[in-house]
Design a protein around this ligand. Sequence first.
Ligand SMILES: Cc1cc2nc3c(=O)[nH]c(=O)nc-3n(C[C@H](O)[C@H](O)[C@H](O)COP(=O)(O)OP(=O)(O)OC[C@H]3O[C@@H](n4cnc5c(N)ncnc54)[C@H](O)[C@@H]3O)c2cc1C
Length: 404
Amino acid sequence: MSRPTTVIVGASIGGVRAAQALRAEGYDGEVVLVGDETALPYDKPPLSKAFLAGKATAADITLLDEEQAAAAGVRLELGNGATGLDLAARKVELADGSRLSFDDLVLATGARARPSPWGGRSGVHVVRTAADALALREDLRRGGPLVIVGAGFVGAEIAATATALGIAEVTLVDPVAVPLSRVLNPAVAERFGALHAERGVTTRFGVGVTGIDSGGVRLTDGTRLDAATVVVGIGAVPNDEWLRGSGLTIDDGVVCDRFSRASEDVHALGDVARWFHPRHGRLVRAEHWTNAVEQAACVAHNIVHPGTPRAHAPVEYVWSDQYDWKIQLAGRTGGELAHVLVPGPDPARAFAVLYADRGGGFAGAVVVNWPRASLIARRALAATAALDTVQADIEALTAKEERV
Ligand SMILES: Cc1cc2nc3c(=O)[nH]c(=O)nc-3n(C[C@H](O)[C@H](O)[C@H](O)COP(=O)(O)OP(=O)(O)OC[C@H]3O[C@@H](n4cnc5c(N)ncnc54)[C@H](O)[C@@H]3O)c2cc1C
């Protein structure tokens, strides 16, 4: 009997971890990892941080090289993206016209940067791929002024990296008056706005963009910002177009059940998956590294053990590195939730904000420059501990750290 084949489409963190997890689960069939880029699979978070800064090389961010792939029995099919799916025939169509047969299929095609609605010109960048980051790094060699449109995590990280590279004039623009106030309560979000100002970045919050032209960015208040380089960081869109018409449900991502199953023998994971989160009782899509890793492990388990599938019910976790600050978010956080601030040993730069759900239970935490508090919060969320208990545990940590 021939060995079964699992085809994984998308060769970044989710796809690579799924391949490795299949082997860890004892899968002994063929594993084919399909990627549309020719480069070896690489990791995305450094693209706005150490890789953009030139401190991490392509080798440093490689997730799987040829040797590791061979050792794990993973066939790499790179530079040959998937263009279509024939569910009935169990075949994936590739850009070169060939078709790959599968017994199980894993969709891990992630997301791409939302393109600039103001058109492109040389000097206008998005950052989603290594090539994007290299092109931006090259333009930053010319110095400023740099204008970043969008003060979400990626935009804020690029502002921090550019400042560290010595770019003198960096401006961060966002139409929202207090960026990140959806995921942080306004007081904490304002603290991050202040952090940029302290590090020399000009912030123009509460002002939209009307256009980008050869020398700058025009704003809704009638002003214009000179820019040699512009970064448009306004979010991402899932890479799901190639699956339209395949028979799978596509709705801002590949729609899946609680087991990350899009149909029989087809699973999706990472940024492209919109799955039913059992604890939230609704479909969610997460654009976070840790989710891709955890969902990959879950999908591999479900392929190898179809009789005992595991629901994917993660505690959300995302981090962001800006300047010398580390920001960690776990669980549900945000402006509409009641919250309590726990100062850290150095309260000006280290603190935890704990959020309560409607019943007063512990919903989530934003922890700044205080990894031990973040660990307590994440463990407490996994164990569904009470808010008071988590607060007491983190306060005890402060007392202990102050004594040392
Ligand atoms: C600049 C940047 C910084 C980030 N920083 C953080 C951070 O600090 N913390 C955090 O938690 N998250 C961060 N993220 C988000 C995190 O990187 C993503 O959540 C994660 O990469 C998702 O992994 P994925 O494998 O699902 O998708 P992706 O990483 O998007 O990978 C999908 C892969 O599939 C390929 N592909 C697409 N279409 C096809 C096709 N048709 N055929 C074949 N291949 C295809 C793509 O080229 C890509 O290689 C960051 C993202 C970016 C862009």
